[in-house]
Design a binder for this molecule. Structure first.
Ligand SMILES: [Zn+2]
Length: 292
């Protein structure tokens, strides 16, 4: 998977038109739908991507994410000490259809009396992701690499078109790791907790971890939330425990990532999921925990 996106990025760079104003710096990361890229421009530069002004840190670090249905090409314009412009080719992805049966029907078609709660919670989540936390140390740590918040088989991927109990709903934007209820969930990179809710209507026990500059991770369906808003976490710190709260059929961790208004694919920032060693001990204690 890693090799695939590095190759995609390489192809895009090779195809870029000759530049009138000097070469743009090369970006790292996944230049594809759902991907996240970062690189360094001359300190003091201004960077626009697809017309949107990007953050540029004091050392010139700049970064951007691409949504599930991002267009195939986007214009990069750098102004300042070393101006350049370039059209980046964003690789297209194809997405699976996934049918999920057996979720509580009230989470597929909520009863009218729940709509006010759902609206209130959507606002809560949007507000938790809206402010830009200006912490170069956090974003630098995130760009240095994520770890998996839980290890286990991947049972759902980013972007798939979802049918719940036969009814089409929004695509799935997270990566699902199928692990038993009660499995600890750890911070995949440093961040500040901006939302810690034990029981949201669709997502159940939910935590948002802000990695700075509107890059955030969200953890859904947890049976236990062990952090509170304002907590600052290091990679590997405990966030909570896996559950099946909200719209879920069984215990799993759903890890999502957002950058600004885009939903990006955590799997493109995490290392490949390690395969369990042959004959390895079964994972964490699968004893059921009491329902919240
Ligand atoms: Zn999921």
């Amino acid at each position: 998977m890693k090799a695939g996106f590095w190759r995609a990025a390489g192809v895009a760079m090779a195809l870029a038109a000759p530049l009138a104003r000097g070469e743009c710096p090369q970006f790292k990361g996944a230049l594809e739908q759902g991907g996240f890229i970062w690189g360094k421009v001359a300190p003091g530069s201004a960077v626009r991507l697809g017309g949107q002004a990007l953050d540029v840190l004091a050392d010139g670090t700049t970064f951007a994410g691409f949504g599930r249905d991002a267009p195939g090409s986007v214009k990069l314009v750098v102004t300042g000490p070393a101006p350049c412009s370039e059209t980046l080719q964003v690789a297209r992805r194809t997405y699976d259809i996934q049918r999920v049966e057996g979720v509580p029907q009230k989470t597929v078609t909520p009863p009218p009396e729940e709509l006010a709660r759902i609206q209130r919670e959507a606002t809560l989540v949007a507000n938790a992701r809206a402010p830009s936390l200006q912490r170069p140390d956090l974003i630098d740590a995130a760009l240095a690499g994520f770890v998996w918040p839980a290890l286990g088989p991947i049972s759902g991927v980013y972007g798939s078109q979802r049918f719940y109990n036969g009814e089409p709903r929004n695509p799935h934007f997270g990566v699902d790791v199928a692990v038993p209820r009660g499995t600890p969930v750890y911070a995949p990179a440093p961040g500040v907790v901006t939302l810690a809710e034990p029981d949201l209507y669709f997502s159940g026990g939910t935590v948002i971890l802000d990695h700075g500059y509107r890059l955030s991770s969200t953890f859904l369906h947890m049976s236990k939330v062990s952090v509170k808003v304002g907590d600052e976490l290091q990679a590997g710190d405990l966030i909570g425990a896996v559950g099946a709260t909200g719209r879920a059929t069984g215990p799993h961790l759903d890890w999502r990532m957002n950058w600004r208004e885009e939903r990006i694919d955590p799997q493109l920032l995490a290392p490949p999921m390690p395969k369990p060693a042959p004959g390895a001990e079964p994972g964490p204690d699968p004893k059921p925990m009491p329902k919240p």
